[in-house]
Design a protein around this ligand. Structure first.
Ligand SMILES: Nc1ncnc2c1ncn2[C@@H]1O[C@H](COP(=O)(O)OP(=O)(O)OP(=O)(O)O)[C@@H](O)[C@H]1O
Ligand SMILES: [Mg+2]
Length: 231
């Protein structure tokens, strides 16, 4: 699905990502782990074409995304949910979801039904303004909006940030269903280790822009956690 080779990224003189190499199989959930400021968001933004000076290869379904404009991603089936979610607080739930359709060419009318079936709470709040929703509901709204693209790959930056613990589990179950029921490949940045272990099938660990470890989630050892993740 996605293969990253020799990925480097620079903000001006500052070399942020160093020689990253990893692969994500179809329908897997890859968790990008690492302490604050190690380059997790920059990696996602490099995949999305949102940061300058990316070199190397990012092969998505055989096509190299490096040097392709950011707008290439959505029609190619790549959905992105940025850190902080960035929903439109003045638009209604339904209008927010509709903004996810813009990049679509052939729109299947039952996508709305599928999305509302997956998120009943959004169906019941469709006329409410996005800004009036709780953090967990806003995260569901951001995922619903991304699903309107019928994506094959969804990239999420810290989906549980600022969400009540009771709702975190619900978000985790939704992400698992994206992979298992909809066969979507998912990449998430996640700071909560229990959540990463719950939803992730694979992990990579970044430290100061370098890839320190990767593997199946069940190989994420206490030693790795101690060395690269605890603060
Ligand atoms: N637009 C930018 N211009 C210059 N440097 C930046 C820019 N964005 C991020 N950086 C720097 O790049 C490094 C990686 O930042 P990034 O936001 O990717 O880290 P992160 O792992 O997502 O952190 P967090 O866990 O706090 O979200 C940091 O040193 C940061 O200061
Ligand atoms: Mg970040």
């Amino acid at each position: 699905m996605l293969t990253v080779n020799s990925l480097n990224q620079f903000y001006g003189q500052s070399h942020t990502l160093w020689d990253l190499e990893f692969e994500i199989p179809d329908s897997a959930c890859l968790c990008v782990l690492g302490r604050n400021g190690v380059g997790k968001t920059t990696l996602l933004q490099s995949i999305m074409g949102l940061v300058p000076s990316v070199t190397g290869d990012i092969l998505y379904e055989g096509q190299n995304l490096v040097n392709k404009p950011a707008e290439y991603r959505a029609p190619a089936g790549i959905g992105y949910i940025p850190q902080g979610r960035q929903i439109f607080s003045q638009l209604t739930v339904e209008e927010n979801i509709r903004t996810g359709c813009f990049a679509r060419k052939n729109f299947k009318s039952n996508t709305w039904d599928e999305v509302y079936t997956m998120f009943p709470v959004l169906a019941s709040m469709r006329k409410r303004r996005g800004g009036d929703l709780s953090g967990g509901q806003q995260q569901q709204l951001a995922i619903a909006r991304a699903l309107m693209l019928e994506p094959r790959l969804i990239i999420m930056d810290e989906p549980t940030e600022g969400i009540q613990p009771t709702i975190v589990q619900e978000i985790g179950e939704i992400i698992q269903r994206l992979c298992s029921e909809k066969n979507i490949t998912v990449v998430i940045v996640e700071q909560k280790l229990a959540f990463a272990r719950m939803v992730g099938s694979r992990f990579i660990i970044l430290d100061r822009g370098r890839l320190m470890a990767q593997g199946d989630m069940n190989l994420l050892s206490d030693e790795l956690v101690q060395e690269y993740l605890t603060v």
